[in-house]
Design a protein around this ligand. Structure first.
Ligand code: SF4
Ligand code: SF4
Length: 410
């Protein structure tokens, strides 16, 4: 069986023009994303090649732009990550599957009854108006139509694990931005409210990086032998406390530490210019082309915990900051409200009762970064390496109202 699978994977790779060398290189980067030594690459390759049967999976969409699907599916030439995902047995993948209608929807119920699958969830959980803000299959008057929240609950209850991919699935993403009329929220908070105990791995950024998703799938299928308990044991996680303003749930979001354990700023190639006090003050300027730091044009890299500079994007071609755009912090929580206006240097970060830089980070890790940055800034200022600091600024009026109304992150 292993030999057949080996042949099948190699046929698939060969047809797509992927060499064995590319494949091993890819396995090395999966190892790095899993926090393992790159010397584990041959073991990961052997595990992939020898997998007797891949786990069934459902890919559901809540309130989403389908950008996370696009991120994975729309590559000009399929790369190794895409091929590995091809190798999964997706029994429902709304955006790209050919089947449609009530018969396709029945696949979800059938698989949910049988169990033993991964649920990949993209998009926000639309809870507004008792869940009527998202219906699949028409409105309530149509037979077989279901609310998005019902489909999520049905599919999550019996799954081995849920991968909540993209910021929408983590905390509602931009759909949950003020005034959040559809009361969009994230998967972990909603399942907790409903008493569903399936482990949820939260993977923010907008969209999610496909290679991170593949790394987690590999980890669950191969390193953890499809056992969610073992998966949580062998995958170091950052535990991010989050006070969800929609459900009122205090939830601990689990994010893979190898991906979400360091800030963008920690690994940024422009970091040397930050240290030297060399900043871009105007987009399109020669300083931007020279690779100067983008902090003064709004970069949220210092408080955003993702591994973007390491994995990079679009088949590792580049990423936001490298291409000259400030990080807008899409890997943070409540990122649209907290980080807008995106291209302005932030000045209202709160530490304790004091507002010093960007708004609510929503996580203890953010507070640590904030404190570090402030201390760093104090040091830089003391050393005379930077000029005027950010102006002190009151909290945005709409944030104040929203927080008072929802009792959210304080
Ligand atoms: S996280 Fe971003 S890309 Fe993914 S579905 Fe939501 S809005 Fe679209
Ligand atoms: S502020 Fe942004 S551009 Fe500057 S070093 Fe940090 S992450 Fe890089």
């Amino acid at each position: 069986m292993a030999q057949e699978a080996h042949g099948a994977l190699h046929d698939l790779l060969a047809v797509r023009g992927v060499t064995r060398r590319d494949f091993l290189k890819y396995c090395g980067s999966v190892a790095a994303m899993l926090g393992l030594s790159e010397t584990m690459a041959p073991q990961i390759a052997a595990a992939l090649e020898g997998a007797p049967k891949l786990m069934p999976a459902l890919w559901l969409n809540g309130g989403s732009c389908t950008g996370c699907t696009e991120s994975i599916a729309q590559v000009d030439t399929p790369d190794v990550a895409t091929i590995v995902l091809d190798y999964l047995s997706f029994e429902y993948f709304e955006t790209i599957m050919a089947a449609a209608g009530s018969w396709a929807e029945k696949n979800i119920t059938k698989r949910a009854e049988e169990g033993g699958y991964i649920l990949v969830y993209e998009g926000s959980v639309m809870t507004g108006q008792d869940g009527n803000t998202l219906f699949v299959g028409g409105g309530p008057e149509n037979e077989g139509a279901k609310k998005g929240i019902e489909i999520l609950e049905e599919a999550a209850a019996n799954a081995a694990a849920v991968l909540a991919i993209g910021s929408c699935a983590v905390d509602g993403g931009w759909i949950a931005g003020y005034p959040n009329a559809s009361e969009a929220t994230g998967v972990a908070a909603w399942l907790q409210k409903k008493g569903i105990k399936t482990p949820v791995v939260s993977m923010p950024t907008c969209p999610v990086n496909p290679e991170w998703v593949v790394a987690m799938v590999v980890q669950l299928l191969l390193v953890a032998d499809r056992d969610p308990a073992k998966f949580l044991q062998v995958t170091p996680m950052v535990e991010v406390p989050y006070n969800d303003p929609v459900t009122g749930e205090k939830v601990t979001l689990l994010m893979p530490k190898a991906i979400y354990g360091q800030t963008i700023h920690d690994n940024c190639p422009r970091r040397g210019h930050f240290e030297n006090g060399e900043f871009v003050t105007e987009l399109g300027s020669k300083e931007e082309a020279m690779g100067y730091c983008l902090y003064k044009v709004g970069c949220k890299g210092p408080q955003t915990f993702t591994q973007c500079p390491v994995t990079r994007w679009n088949r590792r071609a580049s990423w936001c900051v490298e291409s000259g755009a400030p990080c807008i912090g899409c890997g943070g929580l409540n990122w649209v409200d907290n980080n807008s206006p995106f291209l302005k240097r932030m000045s209202d970060m709160r530490i304790g009762d004091t507002f010093v830089q960007p708004g609510t980070i929503g996580a203890a890790v953010g507070a640590v970064a904030a404190a570090g940055l402030v201390l760093h800034g104090i040091g830089m200022k003391a050393a005379g390496r930077i000029g005027d600091g950010p102006p002190m600024e009151e909290m945005k009026a709409y944030d104040r109202k929203r927080l008072a109304k929802k009792g959210g992150d304080k």
